[in-house]
Design a protein around this ligand. Structure first.
Ligand code: HEM
Length: 151
């Protein structure tokens, strides 16, 4: 009798917030990127792989992470498809560098206060992604990709 004519949007009402929101959104991602780059700066071995000037890289990393975690796709709006593996070809990345990258990123997420459950979700994806970036023993073109701006 009291059944509503229009069914309640149950999926919407009970929808869990996405990973990006649960982690605290943009301010937390920005904090993670600051923490990550502080650690890269302090790591002689990894720092050698990065360009001297890292301002643009920081900005791109923040845009990309937000998009990858389910926030707004601002990275792709500005730079097109991430093509992450190809974009990393100019940097000779071995297993050890991938391990250091992951360790610093893990510490950066912790320092930014990301809870354990969300950490596990994130690193289940970032672990394999970092391994996928390893290219040291491959014959890949080492010259930087031309930027592909969409607008
Ligand atoms: C495995 C070890 C990795 C190393 C050593 C590494 C190193 C680098 C370096 C040197 C740059 C250039 C920074 C700049 O131009 O200032 C870069 C860019 C970038 N990296 Fe990585 N990276 C690694 C893994 C990853 C992973 C797993 C991701 C994905 C989460 C990632 C995402 C990015 C992004 C989005 C950029 C900016 C790309 C662009 O638009 O130019 N990297 N990385």
């Amino acid at each position: 009798m009291n059944e509503p004519l229009i069914p309640l949007p149950r999926e919407r009402a009970s929808r869990e917030p996405g990973l990006f929101e649960r982690m605290g959104g943009r301010p937390v991602v920005e904090r993670i990127v600051r923490e990550f780059y502080d650690r890269v700066e302090a790591d002689e071995e990894l720092r050698r792989l990065f360009p001297e000037e890292m301002t643009a890289g920081r900005e791109k990393q923040a845009l990309f992470l937000e998009q990858w975690l389910g926030g707004e796709p601002r990275y792709s709006e500005q730079y097109g498809h991430p093509r992450l593996r190809a974009r990393h070809f100019p940097f000779v990345i071995d297993e050890r560098a991938a391990g250091l990258w992951l360790r610093h990123m893990g510490e950066a997420f912790r320092a930014a206060g990301v809870p354990e459950r969300e950490m596990q979700e994130v690193f289940a994806g970032l672990g394999p992604l970092a391994k996928h970036m390893v290219n040291a023993s491959e014959d890949v073109p080492r010259e930087p990709l031309k930027e592909t701006f969409l607008r």
